[in-house]
Ligand binder design. Structure first.
Ligand code: CA
Ligand code: CA
Ligand code: CA
Length: 175
């Protein structure tokens, strides 16, 4: 059952992106997450952290479309799983995107997410209020009231690579 657990988590990421819940990802849903961050945190459209995040969202789209076997303009779950099975996809796209999203939420630019910044970010990801609070509690390992980039990077890697239960799993709420 171990392999199935990782599968469930990758599945949960898909569902957070699948804004209209139809079981497919469209290009606009991949950029939609970044757009929601930009709006909520009032990030200027010409800010590098925004344009870079959009570029990486597009890279997700392009990589999966070019690897895909069908030519519909949507990503299905099978194509999504296949992408995450490639370690370079995680290293070159998934982790860098999560760090840029961190920057978008870091409105005061101190290099950390305060509790308010982090809770707002988790809610934008689609987590319930309770799941967002739990995620913050679990990820703030040293209980100083802030999340660092290192904590988010580690949590992201655990979420998308580990078959075992890990603290980072809270990034997708209750799996
Ligand atoms: Ca959809
Ligand atoms: Ca901050
Ligand atoms: Ca901390």
């Amino acid at each position: 059952m171990a392999a199935d657990y990782l599968h469930q988590k990758i599945d949960a990421i898909f569902d957070l992106y699948d804004h209209n819940g139809d079981g497919f990802l469209e290009n606009s849903e991949l950029t939609g997450m970044v757009e929601r961050y930009r709006e909520h945190f009032n990030v200027p459209r010409d800010a590098a952290k925004y344009t870079d995040a959009i570029r990486l969202s597009q890279e997700i789209w392009q990589r999966i479309q070019s690897a895909g076997t069908d030519s519909d303009n949507k990503i299905n779950k099978r194509e999504w799983y296949a992408a995450y099975a490639d370690p370079s996809f995680v290293d070159q796209v998934v982790v860098p995107l999560s760090l840029l999203v961190f920057d978008l939420a870091d409105t005061d630019g101190d290099g950390q997410l305060s509790k308010d910044e982090a809770l707002a970010a988790f809610r934008l990801d689609g987590l319930s209020e309770a799941d967002a609070a739990e995620a913050f509690r679990r990820l703030d390992a040293d209980h100083d009231g802030y999340l660092t980039k290192q904590e988010i990077e580690q949590a992201t890697r655990e979420l998308v690579s580990s078959n075992r239960k890990a603290a980072g799993d809270v990034l997708v709420g209750s799996v």
